[in-house]
Design a binder for this molecule. Sequence first.
Ligand SMILES: [Cu+2]
Length: 131
Amino acid sequence: MNIAFPASPGRQTQGPKPMIRLALAALAGAFIGLAAVPALAQSKATEVSITVKANKFEPAETEVPANVPVIIRIKNLDPKPMEFESKELRFEKIIPGGGEATINVRAQKPGRYEFFDEFREETTRGALIFK
Ligand SMILES: [Cu+2]
């Protein structure tokens, strides 16, 4: 029932409404962003550096705290590409020879979580031990 606003075909003012809606959405986004900051600060990620040389991870095993996200900085020192992968930690990344990458891993319960180079799965294996 649109009784209060009779249609006036000649003057269809669009008005600033869409802009206001956009601005509100941006504001809401800003507030969500702010709210997320304390949560991030709470669960500080642990950083680990792992290299690959002559088809071996170094270190092959690394202990990290459980229930905290982990940032893996992986460097491929070999001249050929690798596919750094973990089914348990759910990541997969191709890293060119001589290249490096950063992998973000979610917080995990205590346990041993394996990773490998999928191009050389038999020889190139390692694990993160969440404790
Ligand atoms: Cu793969």
